[in-house]
Ligand binder design. Structure first.
Ligand SMILES: [Zn+2]
Ligand SMILES: [Zn+2]
Length: 312
């Protein structure tokens, strides 16, 4: 090591937070990978097959209802590889009670919250307040356009009302996800398609709010995240750089083996561009080619450890 290298190493050690110092081994992606958005599967073996197949080191299990025994079994089968979030019907009177108990049982966040209510309505507002009280993040599915007839909409009003929520709950950590969240990276979006294509018009609300509000983070999972990051390579590179501390890799992939086997996006006809593909692999590939090694590592590993206050 020459003098310049030595000084660089000292400087790097002084500014790099502890989470970024590598302990977990690098894998085929050149960095360990944490999948923020992975739905708990019926069989532990199926969950592990997806992680191992896609080259994913750890995952956050998104669960709903009473799942503690299943989560514990998986954590026992693969120690250190799983954290979990819990969700519960926000229209039920006991929602706060059930979600509080989940956090007492070890859940590290709420999610995914996917219900037919308004994003700024009373059902979700009380959960936003609870998330702040319990100091856990809340992951929300925003969708305004049906994928098939009568599917319905979820956490509605994102583009029009959600900034008022971000301001009203400054102590709540919000993680945005799904169609409306990602379509609104483009300023010309008006709920005309679930997954708009073509170049991105700069200045969309999602992009602006990520910059303006310290309590907003983004989950890049699913076809929605992959589609938004695949539309306009120049935009993607700048977007990843601009929000490098706010973006989190997730897959929301349903494929069986981490290579696109089985069904990857629940047979959603609007997401056919990812049929037969593993969403985790597709999105990791986009991130890898669009970001520097340092930024890639934050997106797929460092940021989520900071957010969930867990050691790597
Ligand atoms: Zn979702
Ligand atoms: Zn997959």
């Amino acid at each position: 090591m020459n003098r310049r290298e030595f000084l660089e190493a000292v400087t790097a050690a002084a500014v790099v937070p502890a989470f970024a110092l590598q302990r977990a081994p690098a894998n085929e992606w050149g960095s360990p990978v944490f999948d923020l958005h992975f739905h708990l599967r019926q069989q532990p073996a199926g969950t592990l097959a997806h992680l191992d197949g896609a080259g994913v080191t750890k995952a956050n299990l998104l669960t709903r209802g009473a799942v503690l025994e299943r989560v514990k079994a998986l954590q026992a089968a693969a120690p250190g590889r799983f954290t979990w979030f819990n969700s519960y019907d926000v229209t039920q009177p006991d929602a706060e009670q059930v979600l509080t108990q989940a956090v007492k049982d070890g859940a590290q966040g709420f999610g995914e919250m996917k219900f037919h209510v308004a994003a700024d309505g009373p059902e979700l507002r009380r959960v936003y307040a609870l998330a702040a009280d319990l100091r856990v993040p809340i992951l929300i599915h925003f969708q305004e356009v049906d994928h098939f007839p009568n599917e319905g909409t979820w956490s509605t009003g994102f583009a029009k009302t959600f900034e008022s929520v971000l301001k009203a709950y400054p102590k709540t950590t919000f993680i945005g996800h799904a169609d409306a969240f990602w379509a609104n990276v483009s300023a010309d979006y008006h709920n005309e398609a679930a997954y708009p294509a073509g170049p991105i018009k700069r200045g969309g609300v999602t992009d602006r709010w990520l910059g303006a509000h310290p309590n907003l983070f983004a989950d890049m999972s699913a076809n929605s995240g992959n589609n938004a990051l695949s539309r306009d390579p120049e935009f993607t590179t700048e977007f990843l750089k601009r929000h490098q501390d706010k973006l989190l890799f997730g897959s929301d992939c349903g494929c069986s083996d981490g290579h696109g086997g089985g069904v990857s996006q629940s047979n959603n006809p609007a997401a056919s561009r990812l049929a037969g593909k593993c969403v985790a692999r597709e999105t990791l590939t986009v991130l890898k080619r669009s970001a520097s090694d340092d930024i890639f590592r934050k997106l797929v590993w460092g940021n989520v450890h900071t957010l969930l206050r867990i050691p790597d």
